[in-house]
Every structure is written in C-alpha cells, then in structure tokens.
Design a protein around this ligand. Structure first.
Ligand code: NAD
Length: 462
C-alpha cells in the first residue's frame, strides 16, 4: 500500500484470484484500522500545501499521466491477471487513464463574474473540499479511479483510494508508480475487504466520498455519509436499453451493438443490457447479432486473438449462470451460448436470448455479464414506457436512419445519457452519471470537476 508517499508493510492479507483459472495467484494487503487512520492523517496533512498551487497541480497531473504511460505495459499485465480481460484492452485502459489526467491538467475554470455594477461586484469561485475517499469496483479499476483522482487532485483535494478486493493489485501498483510523482500524502492507496470501504465512509476525516459500484452498496454509502454531511458522488449500476427503430440497417450496426453489449464481457455499468427491436426487423437483428456473438473468441486474456475473457469473479459467474438458466427455464431460447463453459475459470458462453420479456429477471435486472435479451416491440410509445419502467437510469440508446426521429425518441428516456446510433460514448469532457437509482451527481467534464469543489460566492459592496 502507499501511505504518506511510502510503501507500508501489512500484517494480514487476502487472496487475489485469476479468473481465467479460478486459482489464487497473489495476496493483497488487508489494511488495518491504524493504517487507515494513518492514510487519512497523511492526506489531511498534505492538503495544506497541495491546495495552494494550481500551476504545480497541473504540472503534477501531466507528470502522473507520463508515469502511467511509462508503466502501461507492466500495469496492463497485472490488470489482466486479476481482471481477466484481454491484455491489449488492459493497455487501452491505461492509456485512457492517462488521457483523463491530461484532460483535467488542462481544464480551465475561471471564476464566474455574476454581477459587476455600481453597487456590487460578485463572483463565484470553486474551492477544494478537503480529503476525498475514493472507492472503486472491479470492472475498470484504473480508469474509474482516474475519473476520481484527476479532477479531485486538480481541485486541490487529497485522496485515499481503495480498489475492489477482487482487483486490488493494479491499483496498488498505480499508487507505487505515482509515489515519486505526487507529493507524499496527496494520494494514498489502501486495499482490503468490503468492510474497509465501510470504514472509509464512516471515518471522520474525509469530506467527500466518490463511489463507483453497485446500487445496494451505493445506498449504504449515502446512509453512512449522511451522518457527517459528507459530499457524495455515486456512480451506480445500470440496465441500459437500446431501442432499434424500424429504419435501422442491421448489417451496419451489428458490430457496434456487439461491442456495446459484450465489451469487457458485459461487465460495464453502461453496457447495453436489453435490446428492444421493432418487430419488422427483429428476425434480421437476431440473426446478425447471433452470428457475431457466436464468432466471439473467448479465452485467457493473455492469448492472441481473444476478444472476451472470463467473468471476473465467482459470485458474478454464479449470478449470470443463474439468470440465464432461469430465463431459459421460463421459456426463453438461447440462439447462441446459454451455458457456463466446461473448463477451469469463470468462463461463460456469450449468449443471445430471444423469448424473454419484461417482467423476467434477465430483462428487469442488471445481468452485468455476457448474456443479452432481445425483445420485439410494435409501437414506439410502448417501448419508451417499457424502457422507462425501471429504477435504473444510467444510459440508453436509440438507433435509426432518421436521426431526428431517433433523437426525439431518445430524449423521452429517463437516463443520465442518451445516445443516438451509438452507445456508451464516454470521454473526459462528457458528463457521465445516472438518473434514478443509477447514481447521484456526474463525473467528467467541468461538471465532474465541480463535484470535487465547494462553490464560494465572493461579493464586494461598492
Ligand atoms: P460493489 O458495490 O460490490 O463494490 C464496489 C466497491 O465498494 C468495492 O471497492 C467494495 O469493496 C466497496 N464496498 C463494499 N461494501 C462497502 C460499503 N459498505 N461501504 C463502502 N464501500 C463498500 O460493486 P462491484 O460488484 O465491485 O461493481 C459492480 C457494480 O458497479 C455494478 O452494479 C456496476 O453497474 C457498477 N458500476 C457502475 C459504474 C458507473 O460509473 N455508474 C461503473 C462501473 C461499475
């Protein structure tokens, strides 16, 4: 772990499992209460100086991006070992993380003058909040950490970061790689089991919790933060619909649909998790997507040509297996896939399901895995109502040749992002967040930066 700029020894540890084998291959430190106190104390001490020099913070964020790129190959190896995804995709995660640091290093947010007249000069400025507790999930450990670190640090906050116990190693290695780049205490990286996350949210030092994970845990985080009125940003689960109108060109969109639903084995908060297809095009879409999914190369992330690795962990593997089995026993049909693969590790056949309707778990819940239900619809009003009849509200997409029509359908959907003829378009400058139970607040862009600040009105009477 990295605490106050130094590598700290630990007393207890826990196993980290390679999902391609199902076997433990390493141990990670289990941060104890004294070490957590030490991490927050170090962050609080470092805050005093770190908040004073914006130019230095910009320079340091760029240096952090350089360090991430310099270590991209080795960090990607660790990431694939613990996360499972193909190593070339892990390298992309590293470069994307660096891009987030560079974007925020350059983000300019001047004070906003809101009144300048004979009686009053008033402006709004942004100040840092203090120490931030950052908690991340196992699907994109480094990228989702960077979404928090880069804006939090730019604003002048200091951070204690905790990765998921399923994927702690790449984040710990990132902390080590940044030790010589960030002043001591500015970024502390600890690891441990789930109760460590709860201890962070209950700790008196952090003034903000930036959390990405499941809805159930997000609610616990909000409850823990309330007692101390800590600020929260919650990026939670999704059950994104894609609506395919009657004027789509299936051949032109199949690959995009495949990548948006099966990328990272479907383990993306804003992946397509249910597809509604106009009945006049349903058979064509089922056929094209089935063919693409059947051709997907599944295997160990270190083998050449592999597109999809294993499911990341045993409970998630059990959950996907159970959701697909119960959909099939309720009358759905897998046009391809449908079963766990008969081999070690948490491999599941990439699956397309027809005959699963709203009201069944595979459609109504977040499967977060390589199984996708396709549902026909006839009237646009009905499918909009179906898409919105949920507590989820992360992303949604509408597909059609007439983009004005598709856009007018998209804007009727109650989610944080709506995309037209694409899905999951995410970039450092675009706000990303969920409506309803999919979250509170947004990350990225000036809006995500603002969430790591307190707004201050400065008013001078004239
Ligand atoms: P999770 O909620 O189980 O765990 C997330 C993190 O919270 C882990 O680091 C975990 O150790 C920690 N944690 C567990 N209990 C805690 C507690 N009581 N207090 C504080 N922290 C605690 O989620 P997961 O299974 O790791 O991730 C998958 C979920 O994350 C999916 O639902 C997915 O949709 C969601 N997700 C959302 C986004 C987004 O940006 N909206 C991005 C990725 C994943």
């Amino acid at each position: 772990m990295t605490i106050d700029g130094k590598s700290v020894a630990h007393i207890d540890d826990f196993d980290v499992i390679n999902p391609s084998t199902g076997e433990a291959f390493a141990q990670a430190p289990d941060c104890d209460a004294d070490q957590l106190d030490a991490a927050f104390d170090a962050a609080a001490r470092a805050y005093g100086d770190w908040r004073t020099d914006l130019a230095l913070r910009r320079e340091t964020l760029n240096a952090a991006a350089d360090a991430i790129v310099a270590n991209a190959e080795s960090l990607a190896q660790v990431l694939t070992l613990e996360q499972g995804r193909p190593v070339n995709q892990s390298v992309i995660e590293l470069h994307a993380s660096a891009a987030w640091f560079r974007y925020f290093a350059a983000l300019d947010l001047p004070a906003e003058v809101i009144q300048d007249d004979a009686t009053t000069y008033a402006e709004v400025t942004r100040k840092p909040i203090g120490v931030v507790a950052a908690i991340t999930p196992w699907n994109f450990p480094l990228l989702l950490a960077s979404w928090k670190l880069a804006p939090a640090l730019l604003a002048g906050n200091t951070v204690v970061l905790k990765p998921s116990p399923y994927t702690p190693l790449a984040t710990l290695a990132l902390g080590a790689a940044l030790r010589g780049v960030l002043p001591p205490g500015v970024l502390n990286v600890v690891s441990g089991r789930d109760p460590l996350g709860a201890s962070m949210t209950e700790h008196p030092v952090p003034r903000k919790i930036s959390f990405t994970g499941s809805i159930a845990t997000g609610k616990r985080v909000a409850a823990a933060a309330a007692g101390d009125l800590k600020r929260v940003t919650l990026e939670l689960g999704g059950n994104d619909p894609a609506i395919l109108l009657d004027d789509i060109d299936p051949a032109a969109i199949t690959e995009k649909l495949f990548q948006s639903a099966f990328g990272n084995n479907g383990q993306i908060c804003s992946a397509i998790k249910r597809v509604y297809v106009h009945e006049s095009r349903y058979d064509e879409v089922v056929e094209a997507l089935t063919e693409r999914v059947r051709a997907a190369v599944v295997g160990d992330g270190f083998l050449d040509g592999v597109e999809l690795g294993p499911i990341q962990n045993a409970p998630q593997y059990e959950r996907v297996s159970q959701l697909v089995a119960s959909a099939i026993s309720d009358g759905a049909t897998a046009t391809t896939g449908g079963r766990p693969m008969d081999r070690p590790g948490y491999f599941f056949e990439p699956t397309v399901l027809v005959g699963a309707a709203d009201g069944t778990a595979i459609v109504d819940e977040e499967q977060f895995g390589p199984a996708l239900p396709l549902i026909p619809f006839s009237r646009v009003e009905d499918v909009v109502a179906q898409a919105n009849a949920t507590n989820f509200g992360l992303g949604a997409s509408v597909w059609g040749a007439d983009t004005d029509r598709a856009t007018s359908v998209a804007t009727q959907l109650d989610s944080g992002s709506v995309w037209v003829n694409t899905h999951m378009a995410v970039a450092p400058n675009l706000p990303f967040g969920g409506a309803k139970w999919s979250g509170i607040g947004v990350e990225n862009g000036p809006w995500g930066y603002a969430a790591f600040t307190e707004l201050q009105l400065v008013l001078r009477a004239r």
